[in-house]
Ligand binder design. Structure first.
Ligand SMILES: [Zn+2]
Length: 95
Protein backbone atom coordinates (compact mmCIF):
# COMPACT_ATOMS: atom_id res chain seq x y z
CA UNK A 1 0.00 0.00 0.00
CA UNK A 2 2.64 2.49 1.00
CA UNK A 3 5.13 2.97 -1.77
CA UNK A 4 7.49 5.85 -1.43
CA UNK A 5 10.23 4.42 -3.54
CA UNK A 6 11.12 6.15 -6.73
CA UNK A 7 10.44 3.97 -9.67
CA UNK A 8 12.61 3.45 -12.68
CA UNK A 9 9.64 2.67 -14.82
CA UNK A 10 9.34 4.93 -17.78
CA UNK A 11 6.68 7.55 -17.47
CA UNK A 12 6.25 7.00 -13.77
CA UNK A 13 6.40 10.23 -11.88
CA UNK A 14 9.49 10.26 -9.72
CA UNK A 15 8.34 13.07 -7.50
CA UNK A 16 9.11 12.15 -3.95
CA UNK A 17 6.55 13.44 -1.54
CA UNK A 18 8.03 14.66 1.69
CA UNK A 19 5.16 16.42 3.35
CA UNK A 20 2.29 14.15 2.64
CA UNK A 21 2.15 12.20 5.87
CA UNK A 22 -0.35 14.32 7.72
CA UNK A 23 -0.44 14.58 11.46
CA UNK A 24 -0.30 12.13 14.31
CA UNK A 25 -3.63 11.65 16.04
CA UNK A 26 -1.92 10.93 19.35
CA UNK A 27 0.67 13.68 19.54
CA UNK A 28 -0.79 16.15 17.05
CA UNK A 29 2.68 16.45 15.58
CA UNK A 30 3.69 16.47 11.97
CA UNK A 31 4.36 12.97 10.79
CA UNK A 32 7.36 11.93 8.76
CA UNK A 33 7.00 8.72 6.89
CA UNK A 34 10.62 7.77 7.13
CA UNK A 35 13.47 8.51 9.47
CA UNK A 36 15.31 10.27 6.65
CA UNK A 37 12.48 12.78 6.37
CA UNK A 38 12.59 13.49 10.08
CA UNK A 39 16.37 13.83 9.88
CA UNK A 40 16.00 16.34 7.08
CA UNK A 41 13.62 18.34 9.24
CA UNK A 42 16.17 18.27 12.05
CA UNK A 43 18.85 19.41 9.69
CA UNK A 44 16.84 22.36 8.48
CA UNK A 45 16.09 23.24 12.11
CA UNK A 46 19.84 23.27 12.80
CA UNK A 47 20.37 25.62 9.88
CA UNK A 48 17.50 27.82 11.02
CA UNK A 49 18.99 28.07 14.50
CA UNK A 50 22.44 28.84 13.14
CA UNK A 51 21.01 31.59 10.94
CA UNK A 52 18.96 32.94 13.84
CA UNK A 53 22.03 32.98 16.09
CA UNK A 54 23.94 34.98 13.53
CA UNK A 55 21.03 37.41 13.37
CA UNK A 56 21.09 37.68 17.14
CA UNK A 57 17.69 36.11 17.66
CA UNK A 58 16.48 32.79 18.98
CA UNK A 59 14.83 30.41 16.59
CA UNK A 60 11.56 28.93 17.74
CA UNK A 61 12.46 25.76 15.94
CA UNK A 62 14.27 23.93 18.72
CA UNK A 63 13.90 20.34 17.62
CA UNK A 64 16.98 18.30 18.36
CA UNK A 65 16.06 14.73 17.69
CA UNK A 66 13.77 12.44 15.80
CA UNK A 67 12.04 9.37 17.10
CA UNK A 68 9.77 6.62 15.92
CA UNK A 69 6.17 6.91 17.06
CA UNK A 70 4.53 3.64 17.97
CA UNK A 71 1.06 5.14 17.69
CA UNK A 72 1.10 6.40 14.13
CA UNK A 73 4.09 4.35 13.02
CA UNK A 74 5.68 7.43 11.61
CA UNK A 75 8.46 9.64 12.87
CA UNK A 76 8.35 12.87 14.82
CA UNK A 77 10.83 15.52 15.84
CA UNK A 78 11.08 16.86 19.35
CA UNK A 79 12.96 19.56 21.21
CA UNK A 80 13.44 17.34 24.24
CA UNK A 81 16.90 15.80 24.27
CA UNK A 82 16.50 12.25 25.37
CA UNK A 83 19.73 10.96 23.98
CA UNK A 84 20.25 8.08 26.35
CA UNK A 85 16.94 6.61 25.36
CA UNK A 86 16.81 7.29 21.65
CA UNK A 87 20.36 7.02 20.47
CA UNK A 88 20.13 3.25 20.43
CA UNK A 89 16.80 3.17 18.67
CA UNK A 90 17.89 5.73 16.14
CA UNK A 91 21.07 3.96 15.33
CA UNK A 92 19.06 0.80 14.88
CA UNK A 93 16.67 2.59 12.58
CA UNK A 94 19.51 3.98 10.53
CA UNK A 95 21.30 0.71 9.95
ZN1 LIG B 1 2.76 9.64 16.08
Amino acid sequence: MISNHSSNRRGFRKVRRNRDWGFCATTGKVRYGEMIDAKKALESAFHQRAAARLAGITSSNQVVRAYRCDDCRGYHTTSIPHAAYTSRRESLALV
